[in-house]
Design a protein around this ligand. Sequence first.
Ligand SMILES: Cc1cc2nc3c(=O)[nH]c(=O)nc-3n(C[C@H](O)[C@H](O)[C@H](O)COP(=O)(O)OP(=O)(O)OC[C@H]3O[C@@H](n4cnc5c(N)ncnc54)[C@H](O)[C@@H]3O)c2cc1C
Length: 521
Amino acid sequence: MNSSREKNRVVVVGGGLGGLATACTLAARGYAVTLCDKNPWVGGKAAVLAEQGFRFDMGPTILTIPGVLKRIYAEAGRDLEQHLDLVPLDPQWRSFFDDGTTLDLFADVARMRATLDAYAPGSGSGQGYARFMDLSERLHRISDDYFFWRNVGGLKDMFDPRRGLSLSIVKEVLGMRPGRSVAGTVRSFVPDKRAAQMLDHFTQYVGSSPDASPAVLCGIAHMQSDEGVWYPRGGTGAVPRALASLAVDLGVEIRTRTPIRRIIVEGGRVQGVETSTGETITAGAVVSNSDSVRTHRELVDGQPRDRFLRRRRYEPACSGVVLYLGLDKRYEQLIHHNFVFSHDPHEEFEMIYRRGEPAPDPTCYVCAPAVTEPGVAPPGGESLYVLVHTPYLRPHHDWSKMFAPYRRRIIEKLESTAGLKDLERHIVFERALTPQDINDRYHVLDGAIYGLASHGTFLGAFKPANRSPDVEGLYLAGGSAHPGPGMPMVMMSGWIAADCVDRDGVVGRSTAPAQPAACSV
Ligand SMILES: Cc1cc2nc3c(=O)[nH]c(=O)nc-3n(C[C@H](O)[C@H](O)[C@H](O)COP(=O)(O)OP(=O)(O)OC[C@H]3O[C@@H](n4cnc5c(N)ncnc54)[C@H](O)[C@@H]3O)c2cc1C
């Protein structure tokens, strides 16, 4: 057995975007970091499939809030623009409804208001949208002030104890509309049911039902309109590539094909990790980018595990079926990001989130990246990516049998609601991921794409804190830790975990920290 003796090392378990952000931030601040991933690649769910002239981003495709990436680069004194070419996309989405209409989502609120006035005349939806966006902006600001860029595991962590619980803070908390859901809030502003369905969909970024998610998540709408939707040239896979290259440049040791089977804890304190081959890597701190529940169930023993698992009920977010379809043509009605909506969102979400069965009439997210970067497919073709949210894995789900009929259903839906005529005939290359594949590839909780569900209209937004209250020297980063899932949030999670390690002084620096660049985020 090989054993290193470096107490002043931080081990990051998992090289998803959260783990990469942790590694870069810590290395920029002068810490020695080893990052281990069980897979042969880093980036986790932000993986890439390239075959027969088609290139697909396999997981995330919609990049929002690029300010988070900028801040991570700024830690190292670098400028994001020199490392990633980000292309703005506006309209941000196109929505297809089963009444045959389409509705584009624009970043500019005034333009969107006018669009809605023309789309649903006399319904008041344009004015309602503008008022909804005012609320969304307020909720976004509250998130910035109390929730983001800091370690939060529950309501009390949002407040600075030195400032006490002042009247203005109580007002802010009430401003979050505790007890109200996203779906209810959206409909209290926007009467047109198609426009409301489109706005509900921001909660799909966190894999949760708009009927059960807290109203504070309506802040996502303003985060997206304010900072935009971006396409990294080269695909979203360019993000982990850029972060991995920054990490290596800063001296991070990256070890792929290195599953971690145990986090070594002695006397309530982290001592390092043990790999699947029995190698011990000694460390003063461990940041787990693996799912937070599985980290505790599978990598931590005894009382700390029991305390974490007893703290609350951990419900996985939704899973999904993804089709990667190489086409020999392009469908002109598609823009880069598209939603092909179900007939009835309440019925759809009831099936996915309450009954735990795939929705018979699903909403399909469709990405057509050749619109922005034709080189993703052979000339004239398209690398069509279709994502349908499904329930997280239940014991009776057998996707080896469920996949074929559901794929047929999805293709029919795309043909009927989005007019992708003869789609089946134009598929020249095809791969897919089922919830079971997602579970096995990324080592997540019951196939969940987005970590833990945000259900609960009072406390649904809270996830396990980045600093473990159960084990000294253990930190959590990623979609199932604070502040939650999605590319920007997991990278922020990684930054917060790194910042906690730095503040706690549990390990010493090995080099002088980089000179951070100015960053307004
Ligand atoms: C199909 C799909 C579509 C999505 N669409 C979007 C989108 O459009 N926009 C968006 O913002 N987000 C989207 N997301 C969500 C986003 O991809 C995730 O929230 C984010 O990438 C998760 O990052 P993470 O840091 O939590 O880690 P993950 O990507 O989950 O990576 C964790 C890593 O840890 C490794 N690991 C786990 N356990 C161990 C162990 N014991 N030892 C070693 N390694 C281990 C795994 O191999 C994995 O590489 C999508 C996700 C999927 C799957």
